[in-house]
Design a protein around this ligand. Sequence first.
Ligand code: ACO
Length: 399
Amino acid sequence: SIDISTFTKQTGYTALDYGFVNTAATRSAITYIDGDQGVLRYRGYAIEDVAANSTYLEVAWLLIYGELPTPSELSEFEERIRRHTLLHEDLRRFFDALPHTAHPMSVLSSAVSALSTFYEGSLSVRDPEQIEISTIRLLAKLPVIAAYAHKKSLGQAFLYPDNSLSFVENFLKLNFGTMAEPYEVDPVLSKALDRLLILHEDHEQNASTSTVRLVGSTEANLFASISAGINALYGPLHGGANEAVLKMLGEIRDSGESVERFIERVKNKEQGVKLMGFGHRVYKNFDPRARLVKQSADEVLEALGVQDPLLDIAKQLEEAALADDYFVERRLYPNVDFYTGVIYKAMGFPTRMFTVLFAIGRLPGWIAHWREMNTDPATKIGRPQQLYTGAPARDWPQR
Ligand code: ACO
């Protein structure tokens, strides 16, 4: 690899790289991916081991601080997060100003952006104490904001967090509990959700993480940078794919179109139709997260006693695509989003919440990258070049 800025200075050349296919914008010690081998490691640990043995908050610590926490570090971390789950009452009222039809991803990014107005100390981006407390506040409050966005869409009262519960249990209760009845957290559900969140926690320089780093490189604070990351995640080519997959499966089921016919339409690029949840910029043989999620899909649906024809359609699509030259030649395989939607649906989440769940999952990775960027002496404001294709210099017309 070469340092492009030295190369540019010495030769006068500029590299044109649409989509940053071959441009490294930073060094990073957080996550390793080998796209050809289907390898993903968080701080050196294989994703398969992490998913089987850890919890969302333990992995968050690992990503943010670089090593696994000791048991006492972990319990102190969990306790600190528990103590910061409450939203300022004015922020609770912020939801009143939004329409109940608002997409929860828009609500999420707006509310996270609004956190800067409540915690102005966060603007001191060189103050380690402020960075630490902003980290805790984000991890504690994002799930609460997400659950309120869900409750708002249902027209139901918001619940206050319950500090006797674990992180994921609390989140489930805030989403599915009501004021009218006690809520028993199903351990199958909380375990499965914890595992899915772990699988989403980091994925090095994906579009939303790169957005967080780019915004952060201007010395914008953590809340502003994460809010931008949430907006980047929203698009259907990135985190929004989980919502798009379920829509696609539902349309196939409702129209009665055969899986083979749908695949033909994808191959013919009819109206730009894609097999959502397939393909990845980095993984060209398989996505290790997709393998783990597919396993979970069967286990969770069985444990919850849910039978969903959409899971069968998804499996048929995968089978048809993997046997088809179009997909094989282009090295297109299911990505992490292909089966997650079916599981989230079985858990009771509405489709519009799927990308929100991804955002909660990805939050620790975004924070870890922002902090790494913020303390790296090599960081510079992100400022890509362009190749100008417009009009040459011309005279202003006489009028
Ligand atoms: N369905 C059909 N064809 C596809 C798909 C797909 N899902 N993905 C890529 N292709 C085709 C492209 O049309 C292109 O074909 P061509 O060479 O005939 O023009 C070829 O495969 C290469 O695709 P690119 O778009 O160049 O690949 P890129 O790396 O830029 O895009 C992306 C990756 C955005 C993920 C793409 O595969 C896609 O749009 N997939 C569907 C959306 C999706 O699932 N996104 C989630 C990604 S994972 C994540 O963010 C968590």
